[in-house]
Design a binder for this molecule. Structure first.
Ligand SMILES: *[C@@H]1O[C@H](CO)[C@@H](O)[C@H](O)[C@H]1NC(C)=O
Length: 591
Protein backbone atom coordinates (compact mmCIF):
# COMPACT_ATOMS: atom_id res chain seq x y z
CA UNK A 1 0.00 0.00 0.00
CA UNK A 2 1.52 3.29 -1.03
CA UNK A 3 0.49 6.91 -1.07
CA UNK A 4 0.42 6.61 -4.83
CA UNK A 5 -2.73 4.60 -4.56
CA UNK A 6 -4.46 7.48 -2.87
CA UNK A 7 -3.52 9.95 -5.59
CA UNK A 8 -6.54 9.05 -7.68
CA UNK A 9 -8.74 11.58 -5.96
CA UNK A 10 -7.98 15.12 -4.85
CA UNK A 11 -10.70 14.99 -2.23
CA UNK A 12 -8.17 13.21 -0.02
CA UNK A 13 -5.96 16.32 0.19
CA UNK A 14 -8.32 18.10 2.55
CA UNK A 15 -8.13 15.55 5.35
CA UNK A 16 -4.37 15.19 4.94
CA UNK A 17 -3.94 18.96 5.24
CA UNK A 18 -6.13 18.85 8.32
CA UNK A 19 -3.99 16.10 9.83
CA UNK A 20 -0.79 18.03 9.09
CA UNK A 21 -2.29 21.21 10.58
CA UNK A 22 -3.50 19.33 13.64
CA UNK A 23 -0.09 17.80 14.28
CA UNK A 24 1.65 21.16 13.68
CA UNK A 25 -0.76 22.87 16.06
CA UNK A 26 -0.18 20.31 18.79
CA UNK A 27 3.56 20.73 18.34
CA UNK A 28 3.51 24.52 18.54
CA UNK A 29 0.78 25.07 21.12
CA UNK A 30 1.96 26.43 24.45
CA UNK A 31 -0.22 25.68 27.47
CA UNK A 32 -2.04 28.67 28.90
CA UNK A 33 -1.55 29.80 32.51
CA UNK A 34 -4.30 30.29 35.07
CA UNK A 35 -4.64 30.56 38.83
CA UNK A 36 -5.90 28.13 41.43
CA UNK A 37 -5.64 29.37 45.00
CA UNK A 38 -2.24 30.90 45.59
CA UNK A 39 -0.49 29.21 42.68
CA UNK A 40 -0.18 29.41 38.92
CA UNK A 41 -0.84 26.33 36.82
CA UNK A 42 -0.41 25.46 33.17
CA UNK A 43 -3.38 24.07 31.27
CA UNK A 44 -1.46 20.77 31.40
CA UNK A 45 -2.02 20.79 35.17
CA UNK A 46 1.56 21.54 36.24
CA UNK A 47 2.46 24.28 38.71
CA UNK A 48 4.09 27.23 36.97
CA UNK A 49 7.12 28.98 38.47
CA UNK A 50 8.31 32.22 36.96
CA UNK A 51 11.91 32.58 35.82
CA UNK A 52 11.50 35.98 34.31
CA UNK A 53 13.46 38.87 32.93
CA UNK A 54 12.35 42.45 32.30
CA UNK A 55 12.50 42.98 28.55
CA UNK A 56 11.74 46.64 27.85
CA UNK A 57 14.26 49.45 27.72
CA UNK A 58 12.89 52.34 29.79
CA UNK A 59 13.58 54.95 27.16
CA UNK A 60 11.81 53.02 24.46
CA UNK A 61 8.62 52.99 26.49
CA UNK A 62 5.63 51.99 24.44
CA UNK A 63 7.00 53.07 21.10
CA UNK A 64 8.45 49.87 19.83
CA UNK A 65 8.41 47.11 22.41
CA UNK A 66 7.68 43.71 20.82
CA UNK A 67 7.29 44.95 17.27
CA UNK A 68 10.66 44.01 15.73
CA UNK A 69 10.15 40.33 14.99
CA UNK A 70 13.68 39.78 13.73
CA UNK A 71 15.18 41.18 16.92
CA UNK A 72 12.65 39.34 19.07
CA UNK A 73 13.84 36.11 17.53
CA UNK A 74 17.49 36.86 18.31
CA UNK A 75 16.60 37.78 21.88
CA UNK A 76 14.07 34.97 22.40
CA UNK A 77 16.77 32.41 21.62
CA UNK A 78 19.17 34.00 24.10
CA UNK A 79 16.46 34.38 26.75
CA UNK A 80 15.57 30.72 26.28
CA UNK A 81 19.25 29.76 26.71
CA UNK A 82 19.29 31.87 29.86
CA UNK A 83 16.64 29.52 31.19
CA UNK A 84 13.85 32.10 31.45
CA UNK A 85 10.21 31.28 30.80
CA UNK A 86 8.74 34.79 31.22
CA UNK A 87 9.53 38.25 29.89
CA UNK A 88 8.03 41.27 31.59
CA UNK A 89 7.25 44.22 29.33
CA UNK A 90 6.20 47.56 30.85
CA UNK A 91 4.21 48.90 27.97
CA UNK A 92 3.30 48.36 24.36
CA UNK A 93 1.49 50.39 21.74
CA UNK A 94 -1.79 48.55 21.13
CA UNK A 95 -2.13 50.03 17.65
CA UNK A 96 0.92 48.09 16.43
CA UNK A 97 1.22 44.45 15.42
CA UNK A 98 2.98 42.13 17.87
CA UNK A 99 2.22 38.80 16.19
CA UNK A 100 5.74 37.94 15.10
CA UNK A 101 7.36 38.72 18.44
CA UNK A 102 4.70 36.84 20.38
CA UNK A 103 5.11 33.86 18.08
CA UNK A 104 8.91 33.63 18.41
CA UNK A 105 8.65 33.92 22.19
CA UNK A 106 5.94 31.27 22.20
CA UNK A 107 8.13 29.01 20.08
CA UNK A 108 10.88 29.48 22.67
CA UNK A 109 8.48 28.50 25.47
CA UNK A 110 8.44 32.02 26.88
CA UNK A 111 5.39 33.81 28.32
CA UNK A 112 4.66 37.52 28.57
CA UNK A 113 3.71 39.52 31.64
CA UNK A 114 2.41 42.81 30.29
CA UNK A 115 1.52 46.03 32.07
CA UNK A 116 -1.78 47.58 31.03
CA UNK A 117 -0.70 51.16 31.58
CA UNK A 118 1.24 53.08 28.96
CA UNK A 119 3.27 56.24 29.45
CA UNK A 120 0.34 58.22 28.05
CA UNK A 121 -2.46 56.41 29.81
CA UNK A 122 -1.80 55.52 33.42
CA UNK A 123 -3.07 56.33 36.86
CA UNK A 124 -1.11 59.33 38.13
CA UNK A 125 -0.25 58.71 41.80
CA UNK A 126 -0.33 62.45 42.53
CA UNK A 127 -3.69 63.07 40.87
CA UNK A 128 -5.30 59.65 40.73
CA UNK A 129 -8.29 59.13 38.45
CA UNK A 130 -9.99 56.16 36.91
CA UNK A 131 -12.37 56.98 34.09
CA UNK A 132 -13.78 55.56 30.87
CA UNK A 133 -10.89 56.95 28.81
CA UNK A 134 -8.35 55.03 30.85
CA UNK A 135 -10.64 52.00 30.97
CA UNK A 136 -10.93 51.91 27.19
CA UNK A 137 -7.17 52.26 26.76
CA UNK A 138 -6.47 49.44 29.20
CA UNK A 139 -9.14 47.38 27.40
CA UNK A 140 -7.37 47.94 24.10
CA UNK A 141 -4.21 46.37 25.48
CA UNK A 142 -6.24 43.40 26.72
CA UNK A 143 -8.01 43.07 23.36
CA UNK A 144 -4.71 42.97 21.54
CA UNK A 145 -2.96 40.41 23.71
CA UNK A 146 -5.61 38.09 25.14
CA UNK A 147 -5.54 35.89 22.05
CA UNK A 148 -1.90 34.94 22.49
CA UNK A 149 -1.65 31.68 24.40
CA UNK A 150 1.71 32.76 25.81
CA UNK A 151 0.21 35.89 27.38
CA UNK A 152 0.74 34.92 31.02
CA UNK A 153 -0.65 37.88 32.95
CA UNK A 154 -1.67 41.52 32.79
CA UNK A 155 -0.35 43.90 35.40
CA UNK A 156 -2.73 46.74 36.22
CA UNK A 157 -0.11 48.92 37.87
CA UNK A 158 3.56 49.03 38.73
CA UNK A 159 4.40 50.92 41.92
CA UNK A 160 1.57 53.40 41.42
CA UNK A 161 1.60 53.92 45.16
CA UNK A 162 5.25 54.54 45.99
CA UNK A 163 4.96 56.03 49.46
CA UNK A 164 2.57 57.04 52.20
CA UNK A 165 1.65 60.35 50.56
CA UNK A 166 0.25 58.64 47.44
CA UNK A 167 -1.79 55.95 49.19
CA UNK A 168 -5.06 57.43 47.85
CA UNK A 169 -4.12 56.13 44.42
CA UNK A 170 -4.52 52.53 45.61
CA UNK A 171 -8.33 52.78 45.41
CA UNK A 172 -8.11 53.86 41.76
CA UNK A 173 -5.73 51.06 40.88
CA UNK A 174 -8.01 48.54 42.57
CA UNK A 175 -10.98 50.00 40.68
CA UNK A 176 -9.06 49.49 37.45
CA UNK A 177 -8.45 45.86 38.39
CA UNK A 178 -12.15 45.33 39.18
CA UNK A 179 -13.27 46.90 35.89
CA UNK A 180 -10.68 45.10 33.79
CA UNK A 181 -11.56 41.74 35.33
CA UNK A 182 -15.23 42.44 34.61
CA UNK A 183 -14.27 43.41 31.07
CA UNK A 184 -12.19 40.26 30.56
CA UNK A 185 -15.09 38.11 31.69
CA UNK A 186 -17.79 40.01 29.83
CA UNK A 187 -15.72 39.70 26.64
CA UNK A 188 -15.52 35.96 27.28
CA UNK A 189 -11.75 35.97 27.21
CA UNK A 190 -9.92 33.23 29.03
CA UNK A 191 -9.08 33.58 32.72
CA UNK A 192 -5.96 35.69 32.22
CA UNK A 193 -4.56 36.77 35.61
CA UNK A 194 -4.80 40.53 36.26
CA UNK A 195 -2.81 41.77 39.23
CA UNK A 196 -0.57 44.41 40.74
CA UNK A 197 3.17 44.89 41.32
CA UNK A 198 3.88 46.83 44.52
CA UNK A 199 6.81 48.96 45.55
CA UNK A 200 8.98 47.55 48.30
CA UNK A 201 8.30 50.14 50.97
CA UNK A 202 8.03 48.59 54.41
CA UNK A 203 5.59 51.29 55.63
CA UNK A 204 2.89 50.30 53.17
CA UNK A 205 3.93 46.89 51.83
CA UNK A 206 1.76 44.71 54.04
CA UNK A 207 -1.11 47.22 53.99
CA UNK A 208 -1.16 47.02 50.20
CA UNK A 209 -0.84 43.26 50.34
CA UNK A 210 -4.05 43.18 52.36
CA UNK A 211 -5.79 45.92 50.41
CA UNK A 212 -5.38 44.48 46.91
CA UNK A 213 -6.54 41.07 48.14
CA UNK A 214 -9.48 42.00 50.36
CA UNK A 215 -13.19 42.07 49.53
CA UNK A 216 -15.04 40.14 46.89
CA UNK A 217 -12.86 37.99 44.64
CA UNK A 218 -14.30 39.76 41.58
CA UNK A 219 -12.86 43.13 42.63
CA UNK A 220 -9.52 42.05 44.12
CA UNK A 221 -6.22 41.54 42.35
CA UNK A 222 -5.68 38.06 40.92
CA UNK A 223 -2.09 38.21 42.16
CA UNK A 224 -0.07 40.57 44.33
CA UNK A 225 3.59 40.78 43.33
CA UNK A 226 6.42 42.72 44.98
CA UNK A 227 9.34 44.57 43.43
CA UNK A 228 12.27 43.77 45.66
CA UNK A 229 15.89 44.90 45.58
CA UNK A 230 17.15 43.99 49.04
CA UNK A 231 19.31 40.89 48.50
CA UNK A 232 22.48 42.58 47.37
CA UNK A 233 25.56 40.57 46.52
CA UNK A 234 26.01 37.67 48.93
CA UNK A 235 23.42 38.71 51.50
CA UNK A 236 21.31 36.03 53.16
CA UNK A 237 17.72 34.92 53.59
CA UNK A 238 17.45 36.72 56.92
CA UNK A 239 19.74 39.72 56.36
CA UNK A 240 18.04 40.57 53.08
CA UNK A 241 14.62 40.67 54.71
CA UNK A 242 13.41 37.85 52.44
CA UNK A 243 12.57 35.78 55.53
CA UNK A 244 10.34 38.58 56.77
CA UNK A 245 8.74 38.92 53.35
CA UNK A 246 8.12 35.17 53.22
CA UNK A 247 6.49 35.30 56.66
CA UNK A 248 4.14 38.03 55.52
CA UNK A 249 2.66 35.71 52.90
CA UNK A 250 1.71 33.01 55.39
CA UNK A 251 -1.80 31.83 54.47
CA UNK A 252 -2.16 34.32 51.60
CA UNK A 253 -4.86 33.21 49.20
CA UNK A 254 -3.64 34.59 45.85
CA UNK A 255 -0.28 34.09 44.09
CA UNK A 256 2.73 36.25 44.75
CA UNK A 257 6.18 36.53 43.20
CA UNK A 258 9.00 39.04 42.84
CA UNK A 259 7.93 41.18 39.91
CA UNK A 260 11.32 42.94 39.76
CA UNK A 261 14.47 41.85 41.52
CA UNK A 262 18.25 41.69 41.11
CA UNK A 263 19.85 44.11 43.52
CA UNK A 264 23.03 45.66 42.23
CA UNK A 265 25.45 47.84 44.15
CA UNK A 266 27.61 48.37 41.09
CA UNK A 267 27.83 51.83 39.62
CA UNK A 268 29.28 50.64 36.37
CA UNK A 269 28.77 47.86 33.90
CA UNK A 270 28.79 44.95 34.03
CA UNK A 271 27.31 44.73 37.52
CA UNK A 272 28.59 41.17 38.13
CA UNK A 273 25.69 39.99 40.25
CA UNK A 274 25.52 36.42 41.51
CA UNK A 275 21.72 36.19 41.94
CA UNK A 276 22.00 34.17 45.15
CA UNK A 277 18.45 35.22 46.01
CA UNK A 278 17.09 32.96 43.28
CA UNK A 279 18.07 29.95 45.37
CA UNK A 280 15.76 31.19 48.13
CA UNK A 281 12.85 32.26 45.92
CA UNK A 282 12.72 29.20 43.70
CA UNK A 283 14.11 26.80 46.31
CA UNK A 284 12.69 25.25 49.45
CA UNK A 285 12.94 28.39 51.54
CA UNK A 286 10.20 30.18 49.62
CA UNK A 287 8.72 28.17 46.76
CA UNK A 288 5.68 27.00 48.68
CA UNK A 289 4.50 30.63 48.91
CA UNK A 290 6.29 32.37 46.05
CA UNK A 291 5.88 31.62 42.35
CA UNK A 292 9.30 32.78 41.21
CA UNK A 293 10.93 36.03 40.21
CA UNK A 294 11.43 38.49 37.37
CA UNK A 295 15.01 39.75 37.16
CA UNK A 296 15.66 43.37 36.27
CA UNK A 297 16.67 43.60 33.41
CA UNK A 298 17.63 42.37 29.95
CA UNK A 299 18.94 45.56 28.32
CA UNK A 300 21.87 47.49 29.68
CA UNK A 301 20.71 51.05 30.40
CA UNK A 302 22.02 53.99 32.39
CA UNK A 303 20.96 52.26 35.59
CA UNK A 304 23.48 49.44 34.97
CA UNK A 305 21.20 46.50 35.63
CA UNK A 306 21.60 44.86 32.23
CA UNK A 307 22.27 41.20 31.55
CA UNK A 308 23.39 41.95 28.02
CA UNK A 309 24.58 44.92 26.02
CA UNK A 310 24.00 45.98 22.42
CA UNK A 311 26.56 47.94 20.46
CA UNK A 312 24.03 50.36 19.02
CA UNK A 313 21.36 52.78 20.19
CA UNK A 314 18.59 50.80 18.46
CA UNK A 315 19.24 47.79 20.71
CA UNK A 316 19.40 45.50 17.71
CA UNK A 317 21.66 42.72 16.52
CA UNK A 318 23.49 40.18 18.60
CA UNK A 319 24.16 41.55 22.09
CA UNK A 320 27.22 40.69 24.13
CA UNK A 321 26.46 38.72 27.26
CA UNK A 322 27.62 40.03 30.62
CA UNK A 323 28.89 37.69 33.34
CA UNK A 324 25.48 38.39 34.96
CA UNK A 325 23.81 36.47 32.15
CA UNK A 326 25.96 33.42 32.81
CA UNK A 327 25.60 33.70 36.59
CA UNK A 328 21.81 33.86 36.35
CA UNK A 329 21.61 30.97 33.90
CA UNK A 330 23.79 28.88 36.23
CA UNK A 331 21.54 29.67 39.19
CA UNK A 332 18.35 28.87 37.29
CA UNK A 333 19.76 25.65 35.87
CA UNK A 334 19.87 24.23 39.40
CA UNK A 335 16.39 25.47 40.32
CA UNK A 336 13.49 23.55 38.83
CA UNK A 337 10.82 23.20 41.49
CA UNK A 338 8.13 20.65 40.69
CA UNK A 339 5.50 22.17 42.92
CA UNK A 340 2.16 20.43 43.06
CA UNK A 341 -0.19 19.18 40.39
CA UNK A 342 -3.32 21.24 39.95
CA UNK A 343 -5.49 18.19 40.50
CA UNK A 344 -3.77 17.38 43.81
CA UNK A 345 -3.68 20.95 45.11
CA UNK A 346 -6.21 22.07 47.70
CA UNK A 347 -6.32 25.86 47.98
CA UNK A 348 -6.21 26.73 51.66
CA UNK A 349 -5.42 30.45 51.88
CA UNK A 350 -7.54 33.04 53.64
CA UNK A 351 -8.68 36.30 52.12
CA UNK A 352 -7.27 39.26 54.05
CA UNK A 353 -9.53 41.84 55.66
CA UNK A 354 -9.46 45.33 54.24
CA UNK A 355 -6.97 47.48 56.17
CA UNK A 356 -8.15 50.37 58.30
CA UNK A 357 -6.85 53.81 57.42
CA UNK A 358 -3.81 54.99 59.33
CA UNK A 359 -3.27 58.71 59.66
CA UNK A 360 -0.22 59.82 57.71
CA UNK A 361 0.38 56.36 56.28
CA UNK A 362 -2.69 54.94 54.58
CA UNK A 363 -5.58 57.19 53.56
CA UNK A 364 -7.94 54.62 52.06
CA UNK A 365 -10.74 53.87 54.51
CA UNK A 366 -11.60 50.31 55.37
CA UNK A 367 -15.01 50.31 53.68
CA UNK A 368 -14.31 52.99 51.09
CA UNK A 369 -16.16 52.35 47.82
CA UNK A 370 -14.03 51.63 44.79
CA UNK A 371 -14.26 54.34 42.11
CA UNK A 372 -15.10 51.82 39.41
CA UNK A 373 -16.69 53.02 36.18
CA UNK A 374 -18.21 49.67 35.23
CA UNK A 375 -18.72 48.60 31.64
CA UNK A 376 -21.20 51.22 30.52
CA UNK A 377 -20.79 51.96 26.83
CA UNK A 378 -18.82 48.79 26.17
CA UNK A 379 -20.23 46.35 23.63
CA UNK A 380 -19.80 42.85 24.86
CA UNK A 381 -20.69 39.60 23.13
CA UNK A 382 -24.00 38.02 23.96
CA UNK A 383 -24.67 34.34 24.29
CA UNK A 384 -22.83 31.53 25.94
CA UNK A 385 -19.26 31.91 26.96
CA UNK A 386 -16.85 30.23 24.57
CA UNK A 387 -14.27 28.02 26.14
CA UNK A 388 -11.40 28.58 23.78
CA UNK A 389 -8.45 30.82 24.50
CA UNK A 390 -8.46 32.38 21.07
CA UNK A 391 -12.16 33.04 20.68
CA UNK A 392 -14.39 36.09 20.94
CA UNK A 393 -12.83 37.87 17.99
CA UNK A 394 -16.08 39.52 16.98
CA UNK A 395 -16.65 40.82 20.49
CA UNK A 396 -13.21 42.35 20.42
CA UNK A 397 -13.94 44.23 17.24
CA UNK A 398 -17.14 45.53 18.80
CA UNK A 399 -15.18 46.74 21.80
CA UNK A 400 -12.79 48.65 19.60
CA UNK A 401 -15.62 50.29 17.72
CA UNK A 402 -16.91 51.57 21.04
CA UNK A 403 -13.59 53.15 21.64
CA UNK A 404 -14.01 55.34 18.59
CA UNK A 405 -10.98 54.02 16.81
CA UNK A 406 -11.97 54.80 13.26
CA UNK A 407 -10.92 51.79 11.27
CA UNK A 408 -10.93 49.75 14.42
CA UNK A 409 -7.59 48.14 13.71
CA UNK A 410 -6.32 49.05 17.16
CA UNK A 411 -8.68 46.68 18.87
CA UNK A 412 -8.68 43.91 16.36
CA UNK A 413 -8.05 40.43 17.50
CA UNK A 414 -4.61 39.29 16.51
CA UNK A 415 -4.65 35.69 17.49
CA UNK A 416 -1.32 33.97 17.28
CA UNK A 417 -2.89 30.57 17.04
CA UNK A 418 -6.11 29.15 15.70
CA UNK A 419 -9.45 30.46 16.83
CA UNK A 420 -11.76 28.15 18.72
CA UNK A 421 -13.75 27.60 15.55
CA UNK A 422 -10.65 26.81 13.55
CA UNK A 423 -9.43 24.32 16.12
CA UNK A 424 -12.83 22.64 16.23
CA UNK A 425 -12.82 22.56 12.43
CA UNK A 426 -9.35 21.09 12.27
CA UNK A 427 -10.14 18.46 14.88
CA UNK A 428 -13.35 17.54 13.08
CA UNK A 429 -11.59 17.57 9.73
CA UNK A 430 -8.84 15.39 11.11
CA UNK A 431 -11.25 12.89 12.60
CA UNK A 432 -13.27 12.74 9.41
CA UNK A 433 -10.04 12.50 7.42
CA UNK A 434 -8.67 9.71 9.56
CA UNK A 435 -11.95 7.82 9.28
CA UNK A 436 -11.94 8.24 5.50
CA UNK A 437 -8.30 7.23 5.21
CA UNK A 438 -8.87 4.20 7.38
CA UNK A 439 -11.83 3.39 5.22
CA UNK A 440 -9.69 3.55 2.09
CA UNK A 441 -6.97 1.45 3.71
CA UNK A 442 -9.56 -1.08 4.77
CA UNK A 443 -11.05 -1.05 1.32
CA UNK A 444 -7.73 -1.77 -0.36
CA UNK A 445 -6.70 -4.35 2.21
CA UNK A 446 -9.98 -6.12 1.82
CA UNK A 447 -9.65 -6.04 -1.95
CA UNK A 448 -6.09 -7.30 -1.98
CA UNK A 449 -5.99 -9.63 0.99
CA UNK A 450 -9.54 -10.65 1.22
CA UNK A 451 -10.00 -11.90 4.79
CA UNK A 452 -7.85 -9.62 7.02
CA UNK A 453 -10.52 -7.25 8.30
CA UNK A 454 -9.07 -5.92 11.53
CA UNK A 455 -5.56 -4.78 10.63
CA UNK A 456 -6.19 -1.13 9.90
CA UNK A 457 -8.85 -0.80 12.56
CA UNK A 458 -6.20 -1.21 15.26
CA UNK A 459 -5.00 2.36 14.62
CA UNK A 460 -8.38 3.86 15.27
CA UNK A 461 -8.38 4.35 19.04
CA UNK A 462 -4.99 6.12 19.06
CA UNK A 463 -6.12 8.72 16.60
CA UNK A 464 -9.35 9.40 18.38
CA UNK A 465 -7.46 9.82 21.65
CA UNK A 466 -5.40 12.49 19.93
CA UNK A 467 -8.60 14.22 19.01
CA UNK A 468 -9.96 13.90 22.54
CA UNK A 469 -6.85 15.51 23.92
CA UNK A 470 -7.32 18.57 21.75
CA UNK A 471 -10.93 18.89 22.79
CA UNK A 472 -10.12 18.33 26.44
CA UNK A 473 -7.46 21.04 26.39
CA UNK A 474 -9.74 23.65 24.95
CA UNK A 475 -12.53 22.73 27.33
CA UNK A 476 -10.67 23.75 30.48
CA UNK A 477 -13.68 25.02 32.41
CA UNK A 478 -13.80 28.48 33.91
CA UNK A 479 -16.31 29.96 36.28
CA UNK A 480 -16.96 33.61 35.92
CA UNK A 481 -19.08 35.90 37.97
CA UNK A 482 -20.82 38.41 35.76
CA UNK A 483 -21.91 41.83 36.91
CA UNK A 484 -20.48 41.20 40.33
CA UNK A 485 -20.47 44.79 41.54
CA UNK A 486 -22.24 45.60 44.76
CA UNK A 487 -24.01 48.94 45.01
CA UNK A 488 -20.98 50.47 46.66
CA UNK A 489 -18.62 49.47 43.93
CA UNK A 490 -20.92 50.99 41.34
CA UNK A 491 -20.38 54.48 42.68
CA UNK A 492 -18.29 55.87 39.85
CA UNK A 493 -16.43 58.76 41.40
CA UNK A 494 -14.25 59.21 38.37
CA UNK A 495 -16.96 58.54 35.86
CA UNK A 496 -17.57 62.03 34.59
CA UNK A 497 -13.97 63.12 34.68
CA UNK A 498 -12.22 63.00 31.37
CA UNK A 499 -8.56 62.34 31.37
CA UNK A 500 -6.43 65.10 30.07
CA UNK A 501 -3.69 63.15 28.31
CA UNK A 502 -1.23 65.92 29.01
CA UNK A 503 -1.49 65.04 32.67
CA UNK A 504 -0.28 61.57 32.04
CA UNK A 505 3.38 60.83 32.01
CA UNK A 506 4.05 61.46 28.38
CA UNK A 507 7.55 60.28 27.91
CA UNK A 508 8.77 60.50 24.35
CA UNK A 509 11.45 58.29 22.98
CA UNK A 510 14.65 59.42 24.53
CA UNK A 511 17.55 60.27 22.32
CA UNK A 512 20.72 58.57 23.53
CA UNK A 513 22.57 61.89 23.72
CA UNK A 514 20.11 63.03 26.38
CA UNK A 515 21.61 60.55 28.79
CA UNK A 516 22.74 62.47 31.81
CA UNK A 517 26.23 61.72 33.02
CA UNK A 518 25.19 62.22 36.62
CA UNK A 519 22.59 59.46 36.84
CA UNK A 520 24.79 57.36 39.04
CA UNK A 521 25.45 60.32 41.19
CA UNK A 522 21.72 60.82 41.68
CA UNK A 523 21.28 57.21 42.54
CA UNK A 524 23.96 57.32 45.18
CA UNK A 525 22.22 60.17 46.99
CA UNK A 526 19.49 57.78 47.99
CA UNK A 527 21.46 54.66 48.26
CA UNK A 528 23.26 53.64 51.38
CA UNK A 529 26.17 51.59 50.18
CA UNK A 530 27.88 49.69 52.90
CA UNK A 531 30.35 46.89 53.02
CA UNK A 532 28.66 43.55 53.48
CA UNK A 533 29.91 42.95 57.01
CA UNK A 534 28.43 46.18 58.31
CA UNK A 535 25.15 45.35 56.62
CA UNK A 536 24.85 42.02 58.33
CA UNK A 537 25.73 43.49 61.71
CA UNK A 538 23.09 46.17 61.29
CA UNK A 539 20.50 43.78 59.97
CA UNK A 540 20.77 41.59 63.01
CA UNK A 541 19.43 44.31 65.28
CA UNK A 542 15.94 44.71 63.95
CA UNK A 543 13.85 43.58 61.06
CA UNK A 544 13.64 47.09 59.73
CA UNK A 545 17.39 47.23 59.47
CA UNK A 546 16.91 45.19 56.31
CA UNK A 547 16.09 48.56 54.79
CA UNK A 548 19.61 49.77 55.33
CA UNK A 549 21.05 47.51 52.70
CA UNK A 550 18.28 48.21 50.26
CA UNK A 551 18.34 49.93 47.02
CA UNK A 552 16.33 53.10 46.89
CA UNK A 553 12.57 53.08 46.73
CA UNK A 554 10.99 53.27 44.26
CA UNK A 555 12.59 50.64 42.06
CA UNK A 556 15.34 51.47 39.57
CA UNK A 557 12.83 51.17 36.76
CA UNK A 558 10.49 53.80 38.18
CA UNK A 559 13.44 56.05 38.92
CA UNK A 560 14.64 55.69 35.36
CA UNK A 561 11.16 56.58 34.11
CA UNK A 562 11.09 59.69 36.26
CA UNK A 563 14.50 60.79 35.14
CA UNK A 564 13.43 60.32 31.54
CA UNK A 565 10.38 62.44 32.15
CA UNK A 566 12.47 65.09 33.90
CA UNK A 567 14.80 65.20 30.91
CA UNK A 568 11.87 65.57 28.59
CA UNK A 569 10.31 68.33 30.69
CA UNK A 570 13.66 70.15 30.74
CA UNK A 571 13.95 69.98 26.98
CA UNK A 572 10.33 71.13 26.62
CA UNK A 573 11.06 74.06 28.92
CA UNK A 574 14.04 75.03 26.81
CA UNK A 575 11.99 74.73 23.64
CA UNK A 576 9.18 76.90 25.02
CA UNK A 577 11.63 79.51 26.26
CA UNK A 578 13.26 79.69 22.85
CA UNK A 579 9.94 79.95 21.12
CA UNK A 580 8.84 82.79 23.40
CA UNK A 581 12.06 84.66 22.73
CA UNK A 582 11.55 84.29 18.98
CA UNK A 583 8.02 85.67 19.23
CA UNK A 584 9.22 88.54 21.39
CA UNK A 585 11.94 89.41 18.89
CA UNK A 586 9.45 89.35 16.03
CA UNK A 587 7.63 92.15 17.80
CA UNK A 588 3.96 92.74 18.42
CA UNK A 589 3.96 90.54 21.48
CA UNK A 590 4.22 91.84 24.99
CA UNK A 591 4.91 89.75 28.01
C1 LIG B 1 32.75 43.03 36.61
O1 LIG B 1 33.79 42.18 36.20
C2 LIG B 1 34.53 42.64 35.09
C3 LIG B 1 35.51 41.54 34.70
O2 LIG B 1 36.19 41.05 35.81
C4 LIG B 1 35.23 43.94 35.44
O3 LIG B 1 35.92 44.45 34.33
C5 LIG B 1 34.16 44.95 35.88
O4 LIG B 1 34.77 46.14 36.30
C6 LIG B 1 33.32 44.38 37.00
N1 LIG B 1 32.24 45.30 37.29
C7 LIG B 1 32.10 45.88 38.48
C8 LIG B 1 30.92 46.79 38.61
O5 LIG B 1 32.83 45.69 39.40
Amino acid sequence: MSYGELRWSNIWNGPWVAVVLLVANIASAIPTISIKGSKFFTSDGDQFFIKGVVYAPSWQQENNNLVNGTQCEVDANLIKKLGANVIRVYSIDPSLNHDQCMQVFSDAGIYLMLDLATPTYQIDPNDPQWNTTLRDQFAKVIDNFQGYDNLFAFNAGDEVVTNTSTSDAAAYVKASIADMKAYRDAMQYRDIPIGYAAVDNSNIRTIQQDYFDCGKPAVGADFFAVNRFSWCESSSFTASGYQELYNEFDGYDIPTFLSQTGCSLAQSAPPNRTFDDQTAVLGQQMNDRFSGAVVYEWHQEETNYGLVSYDNADWTGMPSLFPDYTALSEQWATLTPDGVKKSAYQASGTKRSCPTSVSGTWNVKQNQALPTVGLSGVSTPTGARTQSGGGAASGTAAGSAEQGEGGGTGGQQKSSGFTGGAIAGIVLGALVGIALILGVILFFLKRKKGQQKDVAGADGPDHSREGDKMLATSADGNNHAYGYYGPQELAGLGQSQELDPSRGYIVPMKAPELAQPDYNHELSDHNTRMPQMEEVALNQHTQERGQEARQPEPSPHVQAQRRTEMDWLASEEARLRQRREVLMQQGGATE
